[in-house]
Design a protein around this ligand. Sequence first.
Ligand SMILES: *Cc1c(COP(=O)(O)O)cnc(C)c1O
Length: 381
Amino acid sequence: MKRVYMDHAATTYVDPRVVQEMLPYFTEHFGNASSLHFFGREAKEALEHSREIVAKALGASPDEIYFTSGGTESDNLAIKGVMYTNKIKNHIITSIIEHHAVLETCNYLQEQGFEVTYLPVDKQGFVSLNHLEDSVTEKTGLVTIMQANNEIGTIEPIKEIGKITKENGIYLHTDAVQSFGKIPTNVNDLNVDLLSISGHKIYGPKGVGVLYIREGVKIEPVQHGGGHERGMRSGTENVPGIVGLAKAVEIFQVEMEKESERLTDLRDKLIKGVLEIEDSWLNGHPTKRLPNNANFSFDRLEGESLILRLDAKGIAASTGSACSSGSKAPSHVLTAIGLTPEQANGSLRLTLGKRNTEEDVDFVLEVLPEIILDLRKLSAV
Ligand SMILES: *Cc1c(COP(=O)(O)O)cnc(C)c1O
């Protein structure tokens, strides 16, 4: 059966060039990067070379790069690490459309007695700069707003947010897990102090990520132990994973510009085609969105049934985020942009990737209208 994978926001395959780069670090260069002997030095060298590659991609310096176990850990370390250092500035500002890794961390800190402001977003998913400015108090220690949303693809005005945080002496963290490798993520252009990355959203391996921490930021570790990563993140470094993540970065630095253009064209063809279906609309902004993201809602339709029917045709898609599908609760992002729970549950997210072709888009456009017509007939009975 022909399989079309259009769920790249949930995870990507690992680029075969990344796998090739990683393999020797399992079997030959397997040393512990903390060991003094040849094997350890070899691992350490690979680790530091990888750090340089990631630093360069972000416009950062290598000592501002910390390897973690993924996006979730990077978000936790950024938010808890900064907030735990400062007992006076105990106020966090975030948005209601953040990934659960950020939202749940903020909820947890709120239970611990920290103050959290959850900024609303407009109908296209944008945080308002005025709202943000109005929420700043003398106690605000951290603003954490994602660079691009994982469900609706909206790209937030991080640079402008960064001007406000800078003026007020507040740290700015951004979750760049979805945007890194698709749009520019230079930490100085973005005015950010902390930035999270994950390997498995950029054609690298799962279980590895990065937290960028600007030099001078006051932060304490969350995980204690042998003092790896300059004391910021103890635990023997996942050298094969880190080497793989760095290779994935090296690849996209060469290919990103062209690939993002190609994806944008495919995305726009997909959007144009799907919107020909009756009572359908696009969620998010038509152009200020990730090049690979298309998110739709359909009246009188149940998203989960749609996903299963698409899957039966070989098309892998998602409704809401991977974390919230599986539960019946409507997506917090879609309800935040003003959809009713029914409308939110009738949504479809298609996220394109490197292996998707125009033929794949045509296939979806051929199959989708029939399925929707059929499901609507059934639900009308
Ligand atoms: C996937 C994702 C994460 C979590 O990253 P993991 O490496 O899976 O822990 C965090 N934030 C966003 C926006 C994501 O899309």
